[in-house]
Design a protein around this ligand. Sequence first.
Ligand SMILES: Nc1ncnc2c1ncn2[C@@H]1O[C@H](COP(=O)(O)OP(=O)(O)O)[C@@H](O)[C@H]1O
Ligand SMILES: [Mg+2]
Length: 793
Amino acid sequence: MRILQVVRGDPMEDIKNIYAIDEMPHILPVIPTIDVVVFPHMVVPLLVLDEKIIKGINAALEGDKKILLLATKPQSAGYQGPIGIQDLYTTGTIGHIMRAMTLPDNGIKILAQGIMRASVQEIVSSNEMLSVNITPLPFDMMPDSTAEIDIKIRNIIGLTEKINALGKNFGPDFQMIISQINDPERIVDFLLSHLNITIDQSQTLLEKASIISLLDDITEMLQAEIEVSKVQEKVRVNARESINKSQREYYLREQLKAIQKELGEESESDIEDLKEKIAKINFSDEASQEIKRQVRRLEKTSADSLEAVVIRNHLEWLLALPWDVLTTENRDLLHAKKVLDEDHFGLNDVKERILDYLSVRVLKTEGKTPILCLAGPPGVGKTSLGRSIARSLNRNFFRIALGGMHDESEIRGHRRTYVGALPGRLIQAMRKVQSLNPLIIIDELDKLGNSGRGDPASALLEVLDPEQNNQFYDNYLGVHFDLSKVMFITTANDVNNIPGPLRDRLDIIQLSGYTREEKTEIAHRYLIPKAVQSSGLDTHNIIIPEPVINQVIHAYTREAGVRELERMVHKLCSKFARSLIETQKGVDFSVDNLVAHLGPQRFTLDQYIFTNKIGVTNGLAWTACGGEILQVEAVLMKGTGKFMLTGQLGEVMKESAQAAMTYARAHMDFFGIDSKSFTEFDLHIHLPAGAIPKDGPSAGVTLLTSILSALTGRAINGRFAMTGELNLQGNVLPIGGLKEKILAAKQHGLDHVILPKQNQKDMVNMEEVVKGIEILWADNAREVLDWVLLPKA
Ligand SMILES: Nc1ncnc2c1ncn2[C@@H]1O[C@H](COP(=O)(O)OP(=O)(O)O)[C@@H](O)[C@H]1O
Ligand SMILES: [Mg+2]
């Protein structure tokens, strides 16, 4: 047995996350390593000829591929016979076999990666094969020592930089890699595998449990190394370069060839296969050159090396992309209309706008067209409309969710410097869809984060820009890829949260929540048939009557869209299926037995909303999730004329409260308020729920109503809800989110809604929405107060 070569560990692959301590097997076959101590994260190729050890490897390969790597004690170096447990240290590293290859002469070659320190508890067997019982040895790290560890690590990195400057390299990318690792344990392991030290020094370090003392040892060794390097540097500068460069290269290449031959590596046919595959694909010129270059590199690299793995992965990606595959687009708008209608109920103006958009695309195939953005509360069908559009155009469909994405590299890809590197999400999508002209939906554009690592928004802007995206460059791929034939559609809950430059490029189509009637219709025509089918109930007679659906909508969901409703319908189907299996009978769903199937009602009409109270007004608010009732509470108490505002109000909302207060004071005679109220009393305004931030000007009239109610002691009619901005003259100004706000009032069972008169013009196609509700159009604050303030009891 001998050691061939040591490949340094890949820091980006977090092995510890993959293998938790308690998942470690307790009994492992032992693989001795001569001349090297394997640290966690380090990758080593090993050639094994000893029969007993080979048996152990084979056993591991059949199981979970875990082994225990133990270094041989120095005195047995040079000894040629079989190695026994007495020749090995008793602390080593649990390893994972990444690759194994049987050699013609009964030997076996493996590539193993260290995972975690472990020590031998007892020998389980040593006759047939060598296996032992182990205890994993995690580092002990005091939580309060992190600062100290940090300082020591920084000091060490400084030392390695010094050594680098002295011309003694730790290997390619050492500095870059180490600066990217955050976990101190991994930094330590990474450093250990790069130190130029003897076996027993390594072994001593492996056995250390305290990370602090390890760091001290490493520091000391590096300092010694610096001293040595300085001396060597002097010698080197003085000595002449005796071998000239080309001679040297020739010599190295010959040596490399000989080694590869010796190992029987990278069989010619492997590479031939690859070349054949490459010949069949119509790459871009640039890609074709890059591929040739990578194949040449692969031919020169040892198949076991980490580098070969990286090159192979890269080639695999390049080959897997749809360089010349297109699906035939269906440009028939009538067909598109049919598909949209088939998949979605209502949404007429949205469908119209989508068809307008598609018409323009049919006429104008080149150049800048804006990107469609479907905006609206959750569950109103944005994503599923995207899917429909793809189906209608006969384009493959893919969804990229932006929620939680905050690194530019997730869009542009990671550089290929490490094994775990991947292309960005766009290239991953292209590989999945297998055509150059899919429809990709960039879902929840407003959830795009920014961690400070690059600028994901501007990367996305480049992706979406038809003038740039035919030359999209992914860092992993290393060549340009044409995204110009992709049709992009975006979605968002709240367009205000989309970064400005991106928003400018969008053609925004606003979707709003559904009325109760629309929800019932959607449930009957779409959600129930879909759920019935996906629960395998199509051949069974399952009936969910309309009153049941209405009750579900009313008592189990409170949402703008139909997502929760869809979930409930699924739940009913699975209850039906279960009953079928258990009793051979289905279920007769009725309003009365719903509680038995869905549990207690989630929402009841909140009685406290309807009660007439002093100081409490039902306001209407609009959030990214749809409309909401937002109560404003005001209380007057003995004090010194202070004015308090609580409930996480934003600046704009605070100012509207102040304006409302000023208006009340300015008109105190008109409302019959005693002037002492402003000097001998404090007024406190609160907006529950106190933990949710609120802002915007549209609560102006609501704030004023509460303030005046508190000051005059007149109760407010609890059947009213209201919204509207207020200026100091008492005019009621228009607001946004009209439909969502009306729907919210309805959902809570309120039947009078006060809205700004100036919004009257926005009431197109709202007949269904306002059914069963009385709308009062307010022009002036006095009107509002007239309507809602009850006479003094
Ligand atoms: N108008 C509609 N007609 C039929 N199904 C709908 C309609 N609106 C929403 N849905 C269904 O509701 C579910 C949730 O829609 P989804 O597209 O996920 O919403 P969003 O992306 O807006 O949050 C999907 O199953 C969708 O098909
Ligand atoms: Mg969605």
